[in-house]
Design a protein around this ligand. Sequence first.
Ligand SMILES: Cc1cc2nc3c(=O)[nH]c(=O)nc-3n(C[C@H](O)[C@H](O)[C@H](O)COP(=O)(O)OP(=O)(O)OC[C@H]3O[C@@H](n4cnc5c(N)ncnc54)[C@H](O)[C@@H]3O)c2cc1C
Length: 493
Amino acid sequence: MDRRKFCRTALAASVAASYPLLSACSRKEPPVAVTANTSLRGISLDGAEIELERAAIKELGESMTGPVMLSGHPDYDGARSIWNGMHDKRPAMIARCMSNGDVANAVSFARERNLLVAVRGGGHSWPGKSICDDGLMIDLSQLTNVTIDTDKNCAHVGGGALLGHLDQASLPHGLVTTAGVVSHTGVGGFTLGGGFGRLNRKYGLAIDNLLSAEIVSADGQVRTASADENPDLFWALRGGGGNFGVVTKFEFQLHPFDRNVLSGSIVWPIEQAKDVLEFYAEWSAGLSDELYAGPTIATTPDGVRVIMIDVVYNGDPAAGEKELEPMRKIGTPMADGVMLQDYTVMQTNLDAAFGHGVRSYAKNGMVKEWSQGLVDSIIDADDPRIFVANHVAGAAVKRVGESDTAFPHRNAEIMLVVVSGWADAAQDDEYIAASRAVYSAIEPHVGGYYDNIDFDGSGSVGNYGPAYERLSAIKGQYDPGNLFRLNSNIDPA
Ligand SMILES: Cc1cc2nc3c(=O)[nH]c(=O)nc-3n(C[C@H](O)[C@H](O)[C@H](O)COP(=O)(O)OP(=O)(O)OC[C@H]3O[C@@H](n4cnc5c(N)ncnc54)[C@H](O)[C@@H]3O)c2cc1C
């Protein structure tokens, strides 16, 4: 077998299997068990029990293009299944929306009754914010349409589209924008929280590419938010999460892109992790905007603990090979799979490992700069049940001013993530405790966190930092009653 082919095979095996517990319990099809329970008990925003009149529910159903589903409807269980298997909740009603009108009717129904609302985009919220017991779930899962405007190099993306829909629609036109590392993640929550991806060093976060958004606010009105229209709202949407209403359409800037891109992973045994991280800490300070290189520590299914660096070089491959040379001289890699390959290979290589239905816990922190202390803490706290990943930022992410958008973590070089995944509910406490222990060890080296990748996140100053006060004022303007509270929540001023 030639070296390239061997490396590719070995790498594919090690990377695809790097998260054995996640792959082991991945659930391709959501369960479709049906119960006959058609109770119309609802819950208010304050947690009080309320009655939902059947006639009003019927009227809402008749006003909508999509169905309103109660328990017992054949699609009810599928619709309430979200990515993290920790959250098994039963909404009183699920409004499957097909249009702005559907969303507006569902929002007004909830507001008029003070009914708890959850908004489901791609359903990947770690803490399960897109589902609730006894409230109304506004289900955007059918709003996945993506159209590409090749004159203006922009994409119009439905509020329930997944990142894979966006990549699949733009790449055939030789265009791309920043999207995250797992293609079944929703564009909605991903973008509204910030949106880290392997191209963000060159193009910025997803919010830095957002040109406009169409949003149904708490009053049921459809608004456009852009630099020219409702600019305060546009500022708030870029980092402020789902606090301001239901976004039914996003418009993104696209960039010319050769999808045949130098990319892949280099893998070393864990014994070399300290050398790799010490090298990385110094080397990564001077990298070009084109190079994304993020270290991850994980365990293969045969129990081999490894460190790997994921690479995407968004530019001339020859220049990329040259920039990567020092990294390739570190220690003795088990596999080197960095090669010219289609961008979608990297953009989907974690999809199966992070399959639907896993029970999963995550915490993260922003790293302003690497230090020996951080390297030592990662190595000393290493636990084979936990993987530690680094979403690389810096470069274009850093060049946007701290207060230009509602996302304040512009100074960070890295968003360091601690994640665990398991199948058995009886192991919840064990895995959560193990994840927290690893996070505690590295916590002294981080400042602030990204609410999108945090199981315990609750909004507040830790996530929003100096943006909080302005966000609170804008929340007071567009959602004074805090109808949209199942998110990284901001108190209306
Ligand atoms: C496997 C996996 C990989 C990930 N990879 C990355 C990554 O590479 N980079 C990164 O930055 N993040 C990543 N994340 C985090 C991800 O960005 C968040 O989990 C995000 O909230 C997911 O959005 P969603 O629409 O799928 O989630 P949902 O659970 O549907 O929603 C999350 C929150 O956003 C709100 N929301 C969703 N859509 C809308 C909308 N259209 N209008 C208004 N509110 C809305 C919901 O109400 C909820 O509060 C990842 C998450 C997972 C589980």
